[in-house]
Ligand binder design. Structure first.
Ligand code: G6P
Ligand code: ZN
Length: 543
C-alpha cells in the first residue's frame, strides 16, 4: 500500500487542555486541521509499529468524518490494528476499558463531553495512553510542540469503511475491527456488581428513570439497565445518540436535566433517577424527592462500596478534588483509609490509581469513578448506587439521612459567575491572592478567618508540584470558601465560588442548604469583592 505524504503548515492554538483539543466543529473542518493534530499525536507515540489503537467517540456531529480520517492515517503511520466502536460510538469510560483490556498502546476519544453538538457547536479529540487515562501533561506538551512545527501528515489511499458493520476489514494493510460498543464494558460491569440482586430489585417493583440526554450512554443504558437487569422498557429516556443531542446541552445538572429533576420531585417519581453526559463520564443522582450532590454521592458510595462484589475487599483509599466537599474525608477517617486531595481535573487521579493508593475518586463536577478504568464513569456510578440500594433495601433519602447521622453533613454549594470579562476575573483573583496573608483574624458577620492560602499539590507518586490550584479561605475547622477560575470555559472567564459548612452527627442535619450557607455567601463577597470586580450581585448558576 502506498503511503501518501500530504504537505501542511501548522495551525495556532492546537494546545490540548485537560480534556484534549476542543474547538468548534467549523474549526475542525478546515482542511488539514484534524489531520495536523492527529499526525502530531502519532508523531509523539513511540512503538506504534504493529500496535493496537482504539478509536471511538460520543456520536456527535463530525464524529464519523474524523474516525474515517484517523483510520487511514493510523494505517499510514504503521499501527498494526485499530479497534473502533460500532457506528463510531464509544463512551469515554468504555474507550478507557478497551484500551486496558486489549492492551492497546492508546486511543483517540472524540468528544466535547457535556458541550452541545452540531455543525455550529463543539467537537474534540483527546489522546488516552496505555493505562486508559488521558495523556499526562508531558505527552500533551509534546503533542502541542509537534503541532507548531508539523509540515506533513501521512495517509493511505483507501475508501471509507462501513463503521456500522461489526467485523474485521483491512485498510492499507492494517486491520480494522469494528466491535460492539457495549459488550466488553457491560461484561466488566458484571464483574463489579451483583446483577442478580439489582435485577431482583427491579423485578420486585423498584423503578428508575435514566436520562441518556440523547448522548452516548443510550446504547449502554438500554443494554445494561433494560436488557440485562430487566428494568421496564422506557426506563431509559432519550436513549438514542443524536449528532446534536436533540439541540440540548448533554450536561447532567439541575439546569439541563431539569425534566428529570422535576419528575423526581413530583408525585409520580420513580424510586431512582440518574443521568449522564455527552460522552458518558459524568453522572447525576436523584432519589425520590432527594437530590444527592456529587460530593455527597462520592462519600455515600465510598461508605457503602463494600456491599458490591467488586469492592467487597474494602477500599485502598479515597481521592477527591480540592473544591469537592470534604464529606468523603469523614468517611475515610471513619474507615481508617487514606484520603487524597488533588487539584481539579480527573488526570490528577491517574497516578494514585496506577500506584494502588486509592480505589474510588470523585469531583464536585459530577464525576465519580474507580480503579476499574482511568476515566470517570457515569453508568458505573449508577450501577454502584443500584447495587447498594439492592443490598440495603432503603430509599435514597433514607440512605442519605442515615449517612449524615453517622458521618455528619457537609452543606455545600457552588456559585458560578459566568462570562465575566477575563481581565476583571483575573484582577479579582490577583487582588484576593495578594490579600491572603492579611486575611486571618478578619471577621465578616459571625465568621472569622482562621487561615487562607493558595492550594498547591505535591503528587505523592511522582513528586510533581502543581501550584495555584484555587484560593482557600478557612473559618475554623468547619466552614470554608474556595475561589477558582474555571479551566473549561469557552467565553470570557467563569468564577467558581465553592461554599461549605460542616455539621457533625449531632448537629443540624435537616436544614436547607441556602440557609446554612447564607453567612458564607456574604463573606465571599466581602472578602473577594465579587460585586465590585464583576458588577454581579448574584451567581448565574448555583449547583
Ligand atoms: C472537566 C474534567 C473534570 C473537571 C472539570 C472542571 O470536566 O474532566 O475532571 O473537574 O473539567 O471544570 P472547571 O470548569 O471547573 O475547570
Ligand atoms: Zn464528559
Amino acid at each position: 500500500m502506498t503511503i501518501l505524504t500530504i504537505a501542511t503548515t501548522p495551525f495556532d492554538g492546537q494546545k490540548p487542555g485537560t480534556s484534549g483539543l476542543r474547538k468548534k466543529v467549523r474549526v475542525f473542518q478546515q482542511p488539514n486541521y484534524s489531520e495536523n493534530f492527529i499526525q502530531s499525536v502519532f508523531d509523539v507515540v513511540d512503538d506504534k509499529d504493529g500496535a493496537l489503537l482504539v478509536i471511538g467517540g460520543d456520536g456527535r456531529y463530525h464524529n464519523r468524518t474524523v474516525i474515517q480520517q484517523a483510520i487511514r492515517m493510523a494505517a499510514a503511520n504503521g499501527f498494526g490494528k485499530v479497534m473502533v466502536g460500532q457506528g463510531g460510538i464509544l463512551s469515554t469510560p468504555a474507550a478507557s476499558h478497551l484500551i486496558r483490556h486489549y492492551k492497546a498502546i492508546g486511543g483517540l476519544v472524540l468528544s466535547a463531553s457535556h458541550n452541545p453538538g452540531g455543525p455550529d457547536e463543539d467537537f474534540g479529540i483527546k489522546y488516552n495512553v496505555a493505562n486508559g487515562g488521558p495523556a499526562p501533561e508531558k505527552v500533551t506538551e509534546a503533542i502541542y510542540a509537534r503541532t507548531q512545527t508539523i509540515d506533513r501528515w501521512l495517509t493511505v489511499d483507501a475508501a471509507d469503511i462501513d463503521l456500522d458493520a461489526i467485523g474485521t476489514v483491512s485498510v492499507g494493510g492494517m486491520t480494522v475491527e469494528i466491535v460492539d460498543s457495549v459488550a466488553d464494558y457491560a461484561a466488566l460491569m458484571e464483574t463489579l456488581f451483583d446483577f442478580d440482586a439489582i435485577g431482583a430489585m427491579a423485578a420486585g417493583g423498584f423503578t428508575m428513570a435514566f436520562d441518556a440526554m440523547s448522548a452516548v450512554t443510550g446504547p449502554y443504558a438500554h443494554e445494561i439497565f433494560e436488557r440485562r437487569l430487566g428494568f421496564a422498557a422506557g426506563t431509559v429516556r432519550n436513549g438514542t445518540p443524536l449528532e446534536d443531542f436533540g439541540h440540548h446541552h448533554p450536561d447532567p445538572n439541575l439546569v439541563h436535566a431539569k425534566a428529570l429533576y422535576d419528575l423526581m420531585m413530583g408525585a409520580d417519581a420513580p424510586d431512582f433517577g440518574a443521568a449522564s453526559d455527552g460522552d458518558g463520564d459524568r453522572n447525576l443522582i436523584i432519589g425520590k424527592g432527594r437530590f444527592v450532590t456529587p460530593s455527597d454521592s462520592l462519600a455515600m458510595l465510598a461508605a457503602n462500596a463494600h456491599l458490591a462484589k467488586g469492592y467487597a475487599g474494602g477500599l485502598k483509599g479515597i481521592a477527591r478534588s480540592m473544591p469537592t466537599s470534604a464529606a468523603a474525608d469523614r468517611v475515610a477517617q471513619a474507615l481508617g483509609l487514606p484520603c487524597y486531595e488533588t487539584p481539579t481535573g480527573w488526570k490528577f487521579f491517574g497516578n494514585l490509581l496506577d500506584a494502588g493508593l486509592v480505589t474510588i475518586c470523585g469531583e464536585e463536577s459530577a464525576g465519580t469513578g474507580s480503579d476499574h478504568v482511568r476515566e470517570k464513569d457515569g453508568v458505573w456510578a449508577v450501577l454502584l448506587w443500584l447495587n447498594i440500594l439492592a443490598v440495603r433495601r432503603i430509599p435514597v433519602d433514607a440512605l442519605a439521612r442515615d449517612h449524615w447521622a453517622q458521618f455528619g453533613r457537609n452543606y455545600y454549594a457552588r456559585h458560578d459567575y459566568e462570562g465575566i470579562e477575563t481581565d476583571r476575573a483575573n484582577a479579582l483573583m490577583a487582588e484576593l491572592t495578594a490579600s491572603l496573608p492579611s486575611l486571618p483574624g478578619r471577621s465578616v458577620g459571625p465568621l472569622t478567618v482562621a487561615a487562607a492560602d493558595s492550594f498547591a499539590y505535591a503528587d505523592p507518586v511522582d513528586g510533581s508540584i502543581s501550584a495555584n490550584q484555587g484560593l482557600r479561605v478557612m473559618f475554623g475547622d468547619d466552614a470554608w470558601i474556595v475561589f477558582r477560575l474555571s479551566g473549561t470555559g469557552t467565553e470570557g472567564a467563569t468564577l467558581r465560588v465553592y461554599l461549605e459548612t460542616v455539621q457533625g452527627p449531632d448537629g443540624v442535619l435537616d436544614a436547607e442548604t441556602p440557609a446554612m450557607l447564607a453567612d458564607l455567601v456574604t463573606a465571599a463577597d466581602a472578602i473577594a469583592g465579587i460585586a465590585r470586580h464583576t458588577g454581579r450581585t448574584a451567581p448565574d448558576v448555583v449547583t
